[in-house]
Write a protein of this length. Structure first.
Length: 136
C-alpha cells in the first residue's frame, strides 16, 4: 500500500486516512455544533458512507475523501435478526475451518473432508446474508 505524509502532521498515513502501522489515534478534538450543523455533518458522512469523525478529520486535514460504500436498503427486523444469526453461524464455521485446516496440515484425512464441506457451506451463508441485505 502507498503511504503518504498527512498535511502538516508529519506522520505517515495511508491515502484513505488510516493511521500508519503502529500509530494510534489518541488525541481528541471537541467541537460544539448547532443541531442543524450536526445534522448536515451526519448527512454528508452518511452520503459518503463514512463516520462523522472520519469526514471531519479528512476534511480538516485536507485529505481526499474515501469513496462511498454501496448503500443497502434497510433490513426489516425479521431479516435483521436472521442476518445476525447467519453472521454468528458464519463466525462459527470460520472457527471450524481454522481448526480443521490445522488438523489437515498435521495429516488427519477426515479434516480434509470436513474442510471441503465447509468450503461449500460458508459461501452459501454469505450469499443468504447478501440476499437479506437486498430484501425489504
Amino acid at each position: 500500500m502507498l503511504w503518504t505524509r498527512a498535511m502538516g502532521a508529519g506522520s505517515l498515513r495511508s491515502p484513505l486516512g488510516k493511521p500508519a502501522v503502529g500509530e494510534r489515534l489518541v488525541s481528541r478534538l471537541s467541537v460544539r455544533l448547532t443541531p442543524s450543523e450536526w445534522a448536515r455533518v451526519q448527512a454528508a458522512a452518511r452520503a459518503l458512507g463514512v463516520s462523522a469523525n472520519r469526514l471531519v478529520r479528512d476534511r480538516l486535514l485536507e485529505r481526499p475523501l474515501s469513496p462511498a460504500r454501496p448503500a443497502y436498503t434497510s433490513i426489516s427486523d425479521i431479516n435483521r435478526a436472521a442476518y445476525r444469526q447467519l453472521g454468528a453461524i458464519g463466525n462459527n464455521l470460520n472457527q471450524l475451518a481454522r481448526h480443521f485446516s490445522l488438523r489437515a496440515a498435521h495429516g488427519h484425512p477426515e479434516a480434509t473432508e470436513v474442510l471441503a464441506e465447509l468450503q461449500y457451506v460458508i459461501p452459501l451463508v454469505r450469499e443468504v446474508q447478501r440476499l437479506l441485505r437486498g430484501a425489504e
